[in-house]
Design a protein around this ligand. Sequence first.
Ligand code: 8X3
Length: 249
Amino acid sequence: MKDSIVLITGASSGIGEACAKVFAKLEAKLILTARTQERLQPIAESLDCEYYLLPFDVRDRAAVDTAIESLPPEWSDIDLLINNAGLSRGLDKFHEADIQDWEEMIDTNIKGLLYMSRKVVPDMVRRGKGYIINIGSTAGHQTYPGGHVYCATKAAVKSITEGLKQDLLGTPIRVSLVDPGLVETNFSNVRFHGDTERAEKVYQGLVPLTPDDVAEVVLFCATRPPHVNLMDIVMMPVDQAPLMLFNRK
Ligand code: 8X3
């Protein structure tokens, strides 16, 4: 990975931040993106590697285009795009859910990932070099009560990943999906709009994955030989099994 240019969306916390750390250890050159520079700066300063900070909102298509176009030539040949930016909002029944929550999840998890990929992948194809790793979720494989739209966005990420792989067949570009289950980050806190007590309950009585666990798998994908394409890695804590509902109340 030394000197490879790795762009990570949502790099200011959780899985994105953990990815930055593991790729920095291998001396990759990191383009870290998130909505605000202030949250990226301290993370970047803790890394022992070259970095470039690119604050923008993946939900804003024009901002995505401008940000990528603004990269200086020495940073513009992106070797690995990690589409990590994503969130969940709400766990209410479908007929009681806040439509604004839906908009935010669809705009970030689906449209943001599409804008980023559509902007970055053509150049990878032109150069005959590149790799896209999307962060999905076990929620893309199973819908749980109150999960309707969040699960749908992650199912969309799975479909988009497969579609991209289909359409890149015949090129050396690789595409992978990493689907984590319960990972203890601020994910649930964001989902419950800052209700920390409720968020903590999600992980009570079990040992969840850590962001580092997921980042190690992303790194494993990225360090396979060039002819190996890991398509979809579903990972969960030992304390989780498919179709378990947990404390999602
Ligand atoms: C995160 C996993 O099960 O909390 O995407 O939705 S879950």
